[in-house]
Ligand binder design. Structure first.
Ligand SMILES: Nc1ncnc2c1ncn2[C@@H]1O[C@H](COP(=O)(O)OP(=O)(O)O)[C@@H](O)[C@H]1O
Ligand SMILES: [Mg+2]
Length: 248
């Protein structure tokens, strides 16, 4: 049985385990996320961070444990169901359709149509994408540009714009600034902070502790699939987090 949720709780993970064959990727992980809260998930490579995000977003089913989302027991059968519930993800590998335009990527799985034959409403999608890209200050040549022809930073911008546009409850970000320069990183951090203002819950994976300390309310540390601890960002420091990450 799940505990009774608090009013602002968006996500609750309880005793999540995940193994891939003989490999234990996540061992007994529990965490709650509230609306308007940014939690950073940190740990070395292979710690299980991306696996955890994929469990929340319905890509993987946990081996055991329970997930409650928006006050209800959740068992998303795939990422589409999680998206319908209001969860958006920026995956480490971005998951964009490389041969498609920016606007088609923005509406992937949610294409606008018109008329009795359900023709794609390309103009509406292009216009909305152009507006969004402008608002978020993502510098791309045009909404018509093919993803394959964009730089790493521009692709990242598209993936983030898509997630922030559609999310209604929760945004999961897997190393969103790993490939970005200083100015682009600052822009992404601004967007993440604006999600908090929209009262969304955010779980962000980052290797930059500076970024983690700038953005997060709480920091959760994973080491080799084990949850080492969760700290209020205001009540900890880099030394403590580094020693939790490394175990020394
Ligand atoms: N699909 C998979 N099949 C088998 N093992 C996996 C799979 N995904 C992740 N793992 C393993 O789970 C562990 C955690 O991986 P991951 O979640 O990607 O770590 P992180 O994102 O923290 O670097 C690693 O040992 C990795 O090899
Ligand atoms: Mg990862």
């Amino acid at each position: 049985m799940l505990d009774k949720p608090t009013s602002t709780e968006v996500l609750r993970l309880q005793n999540i385990h995940k193994s891939f064959g003989g490999v234990v990727a996540i061992e007994d992980f529990s965490l709650e996320l509230k609306a308007g809260e940014i939690v950073a998930l940190v740990g070395d490579n292979g710690a299980g961070k991306s696996t955890l995000i994929k469990i929340i977003s319905g890509v993987y089913t946990p081996t055991s444990g329970s997930i409650s989302f928006d006050g209800k027991e959740a068992s998303f059968r795939d990422a589409t169901e999680a998206r319908e519930a209001g969860i958006e993800v920026v995956y480490q590998d971005l998951a964009l359709a490389d041969e498609q335009s920016v606007y088609m990527n923005m509406f992937l799985g949610r294409e606008k149509t018109k008329g009795p034959l359900g023709m794609l409403d390309r103009k509406a999608m292009r216009d909305e994408t152009a507006q969004l890209v402008k608002e978020l200050d993502v510098r791309i040549p045009s909404a018509n540009a093919t993803i394959r022809n964009l730089s790493g930073g521009q692709r990242q911008g598209v993936a983030i714009a898509r997630a922030t546009h559609w999310a209604t409850k929760l945004v999961l970000l897997d190393e969103p600034t790993a490939a970005l320069g200083v100015a682009e990183t600052a822009k992404v951090e601004e967007i993440v902070a604006s999600l908090k203002e929209r009262n969304l819950a955010v779980l962000i994976i980052s290797h930059s502790l500076d970024q983690v300390f700038r953005l997060s309310d709480r920091i959760c540390v994973l080491r080799r699939g084990q949850q080492i601890g969760v700290r209020e960002t205001a009540n900890t420091d880099k030394n403590e987090i580094v020693s939790m990450i490394t175990g020394v």
